[in-house]
Ligand binder design. Structure first.
Ligand code: 5GP
Length: 208
């Protein structure tokens, strides 16, 4: 029997909005969802593990991955390259697992062009004031750096209009619940019917 492919879900949002926390909880609650591990040329932060948080690679290695056609998408962000290795995503989808790409907006646009059937979700803060206070708590940056981060966060927020769904991260549980609802509804879309339903519809056609 043909297995229905899992969904490809693009998940974006400005820095400081809480994407990692929401996804961590979503994966904890849902064993049919996988999170793609990106490759990046940025250095690991304290506590980050190679192969789990990212594949930390050199610029040369990253370039080779692009040339070999191994990247589903890639983008330059704050002076570093980030990209999604294509093979694990395809294999998980073929196993019927839903795959989440936690990527910035340029990568999100590339995926939309290449895979119009993907589902895109943008995570918003409850307000810009809340986002600013989260960015202030995150690091002991100067006022100038905080303002720069806010500017770039607002630039990213403007891209939300290109996404299919907007979720406000008021509480983690609520945001997770809403992503689960989106996954559930998207699986019920007409074009995504599973093999049994497709057979029934085809059979119905033969007897009308
Ligand atoms: P960070 O360096 O804070 O981990 O990530 C910076 C930004 O890069 C975040 O917005 C994150 O979503 C994005 N990002 C992470 N992996 C990828 C990827 O594979 N492709 C793209 N386009 N963006 C990514």
């Amino acid at each position: 029997m043909r297995m229905t492919n899992g969904l490809l879900l693009v998940f974006s949002g400005p820095s400081g909005v809480g994407k990692d926390t929401v996804l961590h909880e979503l994966l904890h609650q849902n064993d049919s969802v996988r999170l793609s591990v990106s490759a990046t040329t940025r250095s690991p932060r304290p506590g980050e593990i190679d192969g789990k948080d990212y594949f930390f690679v050199t610029r040369e290695h990253f370039q080779e991955m692009i040339e070999r056609g191994e990247m589903l998408e890639y983008a330059e962000y704050c002076g570093n390259y980030y990209g999604t290795p294509a093979v694990p995503v395809r294999e998980w989808q073929e196993q019927g697992l839903d795959v989440i790409l936690e990527i910035e907006v340029q990568g999100g646009a590339q995926i939309k062009r290449k895979h119009p059937d993907c589902v895109s979700v943008f995570l918003l803060p409850p307000s810009l004031e809340v986002l600013e206070s989260r960015l202030r708590h995150r690091a002991s940056d100067t006022e100038e750096v905080i303002q720069k981060r806010m500017e770039s966060a607002c630039g990213e927020i403007l891209e939300a209009k290109h996404y299919d769904y907007l979720i406000v991260n008021d509480t983690v549980d609520h945001a997770v619940e809403q992503i689960c609802s989106i996954l559930c509804a998207e699986k019920l879309r007409f074009g995504r019917a599973d093999a049994d339903i497709e057979r029934m519809l085809n059979y119905a056609e033969t007897i009308t």
